[in-house]
Design a protein around this ligand. Structure first.
Ligand SMILES: C[S@@+](CC[C@H](N)C(=O)[O-])C[C@H]1O[C@@H](n2cnc3c(N)ncnc32)[C@H](O)[C@@H]1O
Length: 274
């Protein structure tokens, strides 16, 4: 009976998690990333190579027991073969892992997939705010707890090396989009929630064991002409010191005007030893 109840509770929790992911759009986003990559393959190549190279450089001086990759997605920008041969164990953490990635990883005995909300609860919090309480009450938004759950790793696993890979600027995206669609929170409240999610992410990362790769500004050029900037958006609410920033580069993100119809979109990316 005890086991039966345990199973039902587990199933219910897993169904609820899937519902949250579905409602918040993670399933379609995961496919969206891959489709854009396939359309822009050559243009993304230098960004992908820069990211992989930086991850391997950052891993060089770390202990080689446990590596954790946050935002691993399709592993486009993750040097998984090298990491799995360097480290005893590699955990790949993302809100969702595709069946193709599950298949690929099944051939790597020391790599494990974890599906987890890396914000520590923003997604379920926002989902409950709307579905359960149907409220735009600022206090309730502020009360959504972001709890350090050690990225969903098994208890007593302590990472030697953590990578936050092209994730920081994305972490708040679905929670905010869902809030914008279903509530009347003002831009200031939404901006503060975004800031809390990004700041908390940095607090959860173990200092001196972490590297972060993130876009920090998106720029839209008219007709691919860098002199004609149509729009420039800063993506981060957190700051890094010059000492922490090891490298910067430009990522040719969308040349088909499918992200913004007005022009071609470039991401400005930085690599951080944290
Ligand atoms: C821009 S992609 C990074 C690229 C990825 N490494 C790849 O090769 O596909 C950002 C990743 O972060 C994941 N992500 C976004 N928000 C998340 C969250 N709250 N918790 C866990 N993963 C999240 C997305 O599912 C996606 O795979």
């Amino acid at each position: 009976m005890k086991n039966f109840l345990k199973k039902i509770t587990k199933n219910f929790q897993s169904n609820k998690k899937n519902l949250v992911k579905k409602k918040l759009g993670f399933f379609s986003d995961s496919e969206g990333i891959l489709n854009r990559y396939l359309r822009e393959k050559e243009n993304w190549e230098s960004h992908i190579q820069n990211t992989k190279k930086f991850i391997l450089e950052a891993s060089a001086n770390k202990q080689k027991n446990i590596a954790v990759i946050l935002g691993s997605g399709w592993l486009l920008d993750v040097p998984i073969n090298e990491l799995s041969s360097q480290f005893q164990k590699v955990y790949l953490v993302d809100i969702i892992h595709s069946k193709q990635i599950k298949h690929k990883i099944s051939k790597m005995p020391n790599v494990e997939l974890i599906e987890h909300d890396i914000t520590g609860g923003a997604l379920e919090g926002v989902y409950n705010l709307i579905e359960k309480y149907n409220t735009s009450n600022r206090q309730q938004l502020d009360e959504i707890e972001l709890i350090n759950t050690n990225f969903g790793l098994p208890a007593n696993v302590t990472p030697d090396f953590v990578v936050s890979v092209n994730l920081l600027s994305q972490l708040d995206y679905f929670a905010l989009a869902y809030l914008k669609k279903h509530t009347s929170f003002c831009p200031i409240s939404l901006g503060e929630f975004k800031e809390r999610i990004q700041k908390t992410h940095l607090e959860f990362l173990p200092k001196l064991k972490t590297c972060i790769i993130t876009d920090y500004k998106e720029t839209v050029y008219k007709d691919n002409n860098p002199k004609e900037i149509i729009r420039e958006t800063f993506l981060l609410k957190v700051k890094f010191s010059d000492k922490e920033i090891a490298n910067k580069w430009k990522w040719t993100f969308d040349t088909q005007k499918s992200y913004y119809t007005e022009g071609n979109t470039f991401m400005n990316v930085m690599a951080i030893n944290y």
